[in-house]
Write a protein that binds this ligand. Structure first.
Ligand code: SF4
Ligand code: SF4
Length: 81
């Protein structure tokens, strides 16, 4: 399906390191202990978290360089992609 708002984010160690600067310190991540669920990081490349019933609080994705580079929209990549 054509989806102009998204393009592919490579699942690389470099990108995981970038992600850690944002996801691991955001309220959503801490509140829902997303480090305890798979995948624990780089949700924009690896898919949504397996954690359920998340409230959406304080996503930092819009500040992340991968967000702009890959034209990601909306944020909350751990909840919905
Ligand atoms: S856009 Fe969000 S999920 Fe993707 S690397 Fe950046 S902070 Fe992590
Ligand atoms: S995708 Fe957004 S809401 Fe989810 S952990 Fe990363 S910064 Fe937080």
């Amino acid at each position: 399906m054509f989806n102009p708002g998204k393009d592919t984010v490579p699942d690389t160690e470099e990108n995981r390191q970038i992600c850690r600067k944002y996801c691991t310190i955001c309220e959503n991540y801490k509140h829902h202990s997303l480090d305890q669920y798979q995948p624990g990081e780089l949700f924009c490349a690896r898919g949504t978290s397996s954690a359920t019933s998340m409230k959406e609080i304080g996503c930092f994705c819009p500040a992340c360089e991968l967000f702009a580079k890959h034209h990601i929209r909306g944020g909350y990549c751990c909840v919905r992609r």
